[in-house]
Ligand binder design. Sequence first.
Ligand code: R5P
Length: 266
Amino acid sequence: MDWGMKNRLSRIINPRSGRCVMLAVDHGYFQGPTTGLENLGKTVNPLLLYADALMITRGALRNWIPPTTDKPIVLRVSGGQSILKELSNEIITTSIEDAIRINASAITCSVYVGGEYEKQTIDNLSRLVNEGEAYGIPVLAVTAVGKELVRDARYLGLACRICVEVGAHMVKTYYCKDFPEVVEACGNIPVVIAGGKKIEEKAALEMAVNATKDGAAGVDMGRNIFQSDNPVGMIKAVKAIVHENATLSEALDIYRTPHEGSRILQ
Ligand code: R5P
């Protein structure tokens, strides 16, 4: 692996621990003004201190995030559909030149294995990997799940392994039963988990604890952090799990501590 590629990857995934807390706030690219991200800067900037990396689109980045930030950017470069249409119908929206101009530490697109436009999304990933290899920019493949597909180890293992075979440098997927099988099938490629739809904080933290125990390199979590009643507490709790192997009980104590923007009743 080239020096530049290694250097960018090590800005995202801590080279000592092999772990990462990525804050995902790219939802608007197909969901529009997602709850909590209407004023993206107001929500995200207080959280940035605790994140290792930020996953975001170029438009949101230029609108709401100060260019003085030292956080590595994982740039969402796919899109082209909305929640009103077939989700797998994605194209590449952002050129590699603009990703470089932004100083992205990685680029990312979704891959819809089993989706109507499966081949198109695998083609998107392969083109990003080819461009990323040319310029030393790693690619995060997001295994996106169609409405009626079961999120089990068999399906997610299939989706993740295809992304690995195409050349992704990191893979994001969902936590599931038998998760170690999914991780094992990805070889040396780090696997991070998405949070998914907002669930109760205890359940989200438990998922992070179990995922890291089962071999995840960390999280790429969005709604379960920024839609929490205590977003700063939540990201600090997730960080303690990922980087300090905090237990669920320790993480809950951190989450319950009042922080800026907390709506937890005391
Ligand atoms: C989904 O398409 C986006 O890439 C999100 O960034 C991803 O799903 C992670 O966010 P969440 O934890 O809210 O699922």
